[in-house]
Design a protein around this ligand. Sequence first.
Ligand code: ADP
Length: 481
Amino acid sequence: MVKPDRHGVVVMRLGVKISFSMVALALLATLIAAYLSGIAIRSSFDLYVDRNLSYRLDRIGVALAGYYLENKGWTGVQAVFDSLQLKGSGYGYHGGQEGAGKGRRSMSAEMMIGPGSGDVLLLDADDIVVAATDVALLGRAVSAFSIGQSLLIEANGVAAGKLVVVNQQKGFLENEFISSLNKAILWAAVFAAIVALILSMFVSKHLTRPLAMLTTAAGRLAGREFGCRVPVVTGDEIGELAQSFNFMADNIERNERLRRNLIADTAHELRTPLSILRGNLESLQEGIIKPSPEIIISLHDEVMRISRLVNELQDLSLADAGELRLNRRSVSADELVEKASLLFSSEAKQENVNFLVDVQPGMPQIYGDPDRIVQVMLNFLKNALFYTEPGGIVKLSAFIKDDQGIFSVQDTGLGMAPEEMAHVFERFYRSEQSRHRAGGGTGLGLAIAKGIVEAHDGEIWAESKVNEGSKFSFSVPFYQA
Ligand code: ADP
């Protein structure tokens, strides 16, 4: 449960931590309750004891005044004190005042001053003790005592004596009460700790089970089991964590698939031109064919195909790593469109396709790498030309939309089905036509275009309808001076 890990750091399981903190919390809460109730009780207890005592002294005073009048003095008053049993046992601090009935016993009960309240002395007019709850104090002068409450006893308006309380120990009752309260609180604390422990075991089990599943799944993912996922059973943070884990696993699985495909596709793309080169070179070596200009041109074409693929792969890997070097500057959309048109128009003419250009007047300068942006436009234009029949139209346009410059290439070509469109920006994705038509590309052009546009903080998208044509667009932010 609690053990040092291999780095020597003490590891405490989450469940233990939760139980530990809940028990500590329960104990702390009961201790604070005990402390605060102790303070409150102490402050109100003195008041209660004083009031109680003064009520009782009043009752004793009335009885003694009656005695004084009847006996014309205090002689024999100790017997009354004794009979009143002022310090009688079994009577606590919480005696009911109102509930006391009439009669000698109940009268006596009302006069009891309770344990810890000190001794009650009756002083005569000369302040000498004539009656006391402790007979040892009889005859002594009052100055010898620390006096608590006192009550003057008058008989027919003349001061007959004084009733005083001495040796009062107020803390006694409080301590007795608080110690019994503390005992109760201690039991409450033990009970709360046990309940907290049981509850925390449930809670920690509930919390740690999905975490344990996540740990196992993460271990399996690390072991290249890319298909493993965890069930998302709660909507709380742990549920969100499970969701994020699944999302991460999806991405890892997708990237792993892409990585495998990339290697397989690259090998596949290199194999064709290399085998053509190899076949031709071997035939030349063996004298089967003669080194004619046509053969040399075809060999050169294959070498160019390989070097284009290598360049594209390099661009793609730079874009993937976010390291595509851009020379961004303020540049006019007209200038870029013009540059791309110049490079493309003769090709369009050759293929008998109508090439149109439309730039919104007054477009602000955009902020981008001119060569890279023209590269994206040319990629769109070449694709458009490739999929458009002679007599069709390819249109390059630039316009403003929501603080951004949009460049679009629209064609009246074959178009794409929705399921095809979902993949066009993936690397090495090629439609069947592209694979079978001569001159089809490597399937990397749009993936690179996407990398370039995203490096410009722009977006790239496609719209298309089968047999009606396609429209590829991208956005680039305007230059902010
Ligand atoms: P490539 O052109 O080298 O095959 P791209 O990445 O440029 O590779 O294009 C990927 C795929 O997108 C193409 O094979 C094709 O299926 C589809 N595509 C691209 N542009 C168009 C277009 N204008 N019309 C129809 N399909 C297109």
